[in-house]
Unconditional design. Structure first.
Length: 309
């Protein structure tokens, strides 16, 4: 077995077109490899490739009805099963919360497309609001809303350094960061800003500061992988505690206060998939970010009360 999965699992990935060699799909098993061939594998998670196990989990639920489940994700919780984290993810916890048993999953309608219900992602170290669709129809509606940028997301981040251009913006606006993002050519696990990447747009607004630490509000208008972390790092204001894109010497200095990237999905605003009512959800800040923010002084015209209440 490789990555904790069987040969049959990888055969299923090949059949579903999830494995490419030098950018080309392979419909059969791989033979005749050559030195320098690049193999890309998308680790699909559905009933056809991976038995998903419901697992009891203490979920911080912000809202729930027949169509929609909104959760305040904890730091360290992986959203979706992947190599190295096939179990103990938010997906496993949601399945248990919804009352599914392992034996029932294969009988679900459209089970081969089941994720189940995850319409957007948060990195493992990121906390905050995440929406989960409870039905196939709501999954379709919400996925389309995210794709068409009809969902408004607001994040809070504690960053290092800081640009003067982050400050002086009225609420609802911010410093425009519009830089395309693509996968790094030197480390395929990371993303970077580069010409020819996928368009990415974020607005950053400074709220408070304490010496070299800043509290910023980030409103991403697109949803690229690691977008906020990459954009802030490219602006010479990396997120405190971010070991992938941050400043290692500063992360060590604040290691007792920031043991993860200080990034929180504070607010999510979307239309309900059935009623089309506009709903806004907020997730309380975790204690590690609260401790850092309490040390800060808000900029003129700003208040920290709504973040610390």
């Amino acid at each position: 077995e490789h990555y904790g999965q069987s040969r049959n699992y990888f055969e299923a990935l090949i059949q579903q077109g999830a494995v490419r060699v030098n950018g080309q799909q392979r419909k059969k098993s791989f033979k005749k490899f050559r030195s320098g061939d690049v193999i890309d594998v998308r680790f699909l998670v559905d009933i056809g490739t991976l038995p998903l196990e419901p697992e009891a989990m203490d979920l911080d639920i912000l809202y729930e009805d027949d169509e929609l489940l909104v959760i305040n994700k904890a730091a360290g919780l992986v959203v979706h099963p992947a190599p190295g984290n096939w179990n103990g993810t938010l997906v496993n916890g949601v399945l248990h919360h919804l009352g599914f048993a392992s034996s029932e999953l294969s009988t679900l309608p459209n089970a081969a497309e089941l994720r189940p219900g995850i319409v957007h992602r948060l990195d493992v170290g990121t906390t905050g609001v995440i929406a989960v669709a409870k039905t196939v129809s709501s999954y379709s509606v919400l996925s389309q809303a995210f794709a068409q940028r009809e969902v408004q997301k607001t994040y809070l981040a504690v960053v290092l350094g800081g640009r003067k251009s982050f400050f002086g913006h009225p609420k609802g606006s911010g410093h425009r960061v519009e830089k395309a993002i693509g996968r790094s050519t030197t480390d395929r696990r990371l993303m970077t800003t580069l010409e020819g990447g996928r368009p990415a747009l974020s607005f950053v607004r400074g709220i408070a500061r304490e010496k070299e630490l800043l509290l910023v509000e980030v409103k991403p208008r697109t949803g690229r992988t690691h977008q906020i972390r990459v954009h802030l790092a490219d602006e010479h204001s990396p997120i405190l505690g971010d070991t992938a894109y941050g400043w290692h010497h500063m992360n060590r200095r604040y290691a007792q206060l920031a043991q993860r990237p200080m990034l929180h999905a504070f607010e999510l605003s979307l239309q309900h998939p059935s009623t089309a009512e506009r709903l806004t959800f907020r997730a309380p800040l975790p204690e590690d970010m609260r401790q850092l923010i309490r040390r800060m002084q808000p900029e003129v015209g700003e208040s920290l009360d709504e973040f610390l209440s």
